[in-house]
Design a protein around this ligand. Sequence first.
Ligand SMILES: NC(=O)c1ccc[n+]([C@@H]2O[C@H](COP(=O)([O-])OP(=O)(O)OC[C@H]3O[C@@H](n4cnc5c(N)ncnc54)[C@H](O)[C@@H]3O)[C@@H](O)[C@H]2O)c1
Ligand SMILES: [Zn+2]
Ligand SMILES: [Zn+2]
Length: 383
Amino acid sequence: MKTRAAILHGIGQQWSVEEIELDPPGPGEVLVKTAYAGLCHSDEHLVTGDMVPPEELLAQLPTGSIFPIIGGHEGSGVVVEVGANVTKVAVGDHVSCSFVPACGSCPPCAEGRQNLCDLGARTFGGGMITDGTYRTHAADGTNLGKLAQLGTFSEHMTLAQESVIKVEPDIPLDVVCLVSCGVATGYGSAVNRADVRPGDTVVVVGCGGIGMNAVQGAAAAGASNVIAVDPIEFKRETAMVFGATHTATSMQDAVALVNDITWGRMAHAVILTPGVLTGDMVQPAMDLTAKGGTVVATAVAPMAQQDVKLDLARLTLSQKELRGTIFGSASPNFRIPELLMMYRQGKLKLDELITRRYSLDEINQGYADMNAGINIRGLIEFN
Ligand SMILES: NC(=O)c1ccc[n+]([C@@H]2O[C@H](COP(=O)([O-])OP(=O)(O)OC[C@H]3O[C@@H](n4cnc5c(N)ncnc54)[C@H](O)[C@@H]3O)[C@@H](O)[C@H]2O)c1
Ligand SMILES: [Zn+2]
Ligand SMILES: [Zn+2]
C-alpha cells in the first residue's frame, strides 16, 4: 500500500515527508494505523549526527549507512491487519509502540529486563527483526530503515509483534503515545534506576519530555525534595506542576540550594536528562550527589564522545555510582500498561505533558519548537 512518512536522508538535513510503499505484514507482523507520534529528542540526535554510529560500526551494516531512515520511536495506533502466527494482538486492538522490541525469551527478557532485549540491537534500521527483509521502500525502490524498528513518523507501520503492546481501548491514544518512550524512560529513571525512596532528595537536570517524567517519578516514589534544573523558566515552572519542590537554572546554581535543604548531605540521586549529554556534565552531577548516591545517565551523548570528566578517587572513596539506563530500566510489556493504569487512577499526569500538536507535514516546525525550548512534548497527530 501507499502511505506517507518523514524520512531523514542524511546528517544535517530536514525531515522529508514522502509517499512510500509499505508491504503487508508477514508472519509475526502487524499493520498499524498510526494515531500519534511523539517528538522526542532522540530523533533529533540523528539529524545532528550525535547518534549516528561511527564509521567502523556503519561498515558492518549491509548497506554501510543508516540512511535513508524513517524517524520516530514514540507512537500509538490501531492494529488494522495481522500476519500469520500473530498471537499478541488482534485487528482493532489499540497499541503502544515499544522502542525496544521485547521478545520475552532472550536471556535479558527471561531475566525480567526486557529493555535490554537482544532484538534491540537493530535500533538504527536494517531489515525487520522477523526475517531481515524490508517492508518500507521509497518511491524509487530504495529500502527504508526504521528508527528503533518502528518509524512512528509514518501514517501506517508494518511492525513485528514484539514492537507493540496492547492497551485498554478507552485510554486516549495521545497519552498512549507518550508512555511509549518519554514517560516510561523518565519515570523509570527515577523509580527503577535511581531507586528513589520516600524521603530522598533527587535532582533532575533537564526538564523536557523525559526529565519532566523523572520529576514526576521521583515525586511518586515519595522523594522529600525534587530539584528541577533547567535554564528555561517555562520548564522550571512546569516542573513544579509535576511535583518539583525547588528549581535551579544550572547544576552549579543547585549546589548551594541542595546543600542547604539536605543539611549538607546532598542528593541521593541526580538524574541527567538534558537534550544532549556531554562528558563535562558528569562531575558537576557527582558534586550534587551524597556519599553512596547515584548519578543516572538517561540523556544520550554524542556517539563519538569518549571523554568524561570524573574525579575517580572521590567516586571510589565516597562510594558513588554512575548508571546508564535505556527505557528507564523497565520491561515495556509490564510498565506501559502499568503507567496507563496510574493515569486512569489520576496518579500520573500525562495530558499536561502535551504542549503542541502538529500534522506530519509540520514535523520540522515541531522540532524547531523543541529546540527553541517551548514544548514539553510535541505530538504529530495523524488523521
Ligand atoms: N535512555 C533512554 O532510553 C532515552 C529515551 C528517550 C530519550 N533519551 C534522551 O533523553 C534526553 C532528553 O530528551 P527529551 O526528549 O526530554 O529532550 P528535550 O529537548 O525535550 O528536553 C531537554 C531539556 O534539557 C534542558 N537542558 C539543556 N541543557 C541543559 C543543561 N546543561 N542543564 C539543564 N538543563 C538543560 C533543555 O532546556 C530542555 O528543557 C535526550 O538526550 C534523549 O535522546 C534517552
Ligand atoms: Zn524517545
Ligand atoms: Zn528478548
